[in-house]
Design a protein around this ligand. Structure first.
Ligand SMILES: [Zn+2]
Length: 334
């Protein structure tokens, strides 16, 4: 414990977790901003910047840090402003090379760098006995903000149903559009049960959701305000704050599952016709691909009723490339 100062309703302290390093490696640490209230309540972790080039969560955490110091709250809130300080400094998604921290949980003290980083965070979350977790990410400039719900694939039917309800309650409180992860088989094949939220849900049996808030590599007041709004709603639903969650004006009703949209068959300039947040029907125009000379090479149309979520960052696209994240209507439980 480095510092301890009384705040409005609770005590704020800064903790620093040492990341195990190998010889010749620069040392690193994870910073935790901890707010403890005198009023009993849950322990909630809010993590940011697992992908080093997704910095909007860090700004949101700073704003929440100030909010908690100035407002009454219950329980304990653990804020992790940067879970990947290496990627943040190097301005890359990864920890080092192509090591994706969000596929490494629970991690290992003697593993690759990303695995050791995951282990450091995981150990702290376990020691602190968190009751819920919110992980803050960013997607693309041309995207609707959304919540991702992991699949509780490792749980039996009864526990899975209970977990699904807890995840859905947290997601609703965010006020954002909700997208469920890929179906079980693909979910596991992509290693999504080793993402932070996926591992917390599946290995800790603690509810955890992921928020995708605007573009990576940049900050702006609109996206920050949106993230703060969502986090305050979730903290209220969990009993930390006494406010009422409010739906955001980008919210799209429905039960959607994440999927990759139709891919182009030609290389060219991608012109987008359906905007993030639009619901489209089979045959509706999504985008067109153009040559440099100005010829329309193809129309990309929706194959079925779906939700437009996020367009690829590049405007020059290649044949067979995934250019669009969509939501497909899904019936039944998570
Ligand atoms: Zn991310």
């Amino acid at each position: 414990m480095e510092s301890s100062a009384p705040s409005h309703q609770g005590v704020r302290q800064v903790r620093r977790l040492t990341i195990p390093t190998r010889r010749n490696e620069t040392t690193g640490e994870l910073v935790v901003l901890e707010h403890q209230s005198e009023i009993e309540g849950p322990t909630v972790a809010i993590t940011a910047n697992i992908h080093g080039d997704e910095s909007v969560g860090t700004a949101i955490v700073h704003a929440l840090d100030a909010h908690l110091a100035a407002h009454p709250f219950a329980g304990r809130v653990l804020l992790y402003p940067s879970c990947n300080p290496f990627g943040l400094h190097e301005r890359t998604r990864f920890v080092t090379g192509s090591e994706d921290l969000n596929r490494c949980f629970p991690g290992h003290p003697k593993g690759v760098k990303a695995s050791r980083l995951a282990y450091t965070l995981w150990t702290d979350l376990k020691e602190q006995q968190v009751d819920a977790l919110v992980d803050l990410h960013a997607d693309a400039p041309n995207s609707v903000p959304y919540v991702i719900l992991d699949r509780p694939v490792r749980q039996g039917p009864k526990a899975r149903k209970q977990m699904a309800e807890r995840l859905q309650d947290m997601a609703s409180a965010s006020g954002l559009t909700v997208l469920r992860e890929y179906q079980d088989r693909i979910y596991t094949r992509f290693g999504l049960d080793k993402s932070l939220a996926g591992a917390v849900v599946n290995l800790m049996d603690v509810p955890a959701i992921t928020l995708e808030l605007g573009p990576r590599r940049r900050l702006n007041p609109e996206w920050e305000a949106l993230g703060i709004h969502s986090c305050l709603g979730i903290l209220s639903q969990l009993g930390v704050l006494g406010e009422s969650p409010v739906r955001h004006d980008t919210f799209v009703e429905g039960q959607w599952r994440r999927t990759a949209g139709p891919t182009p068959t030609k290389e060219g300039l991608l012109r987008v016709h359906a905007l993030p947040g639009d619901t489209v029907e089979a045959g509706d125009l999504l985008a067109s691909v153009w040559s440099v000379e100005g010829t329309c090479l193809e129309h990309i149309v929706a194959e079925e009723r779906s939700l437009v979520v996020a367009w690829v960052e590049n405007s020059w696209v290649r044949a067979g490339e995934v250019v669009l994240t969509m939501g497909l209507p899904e019936q039944g439980g998570l």
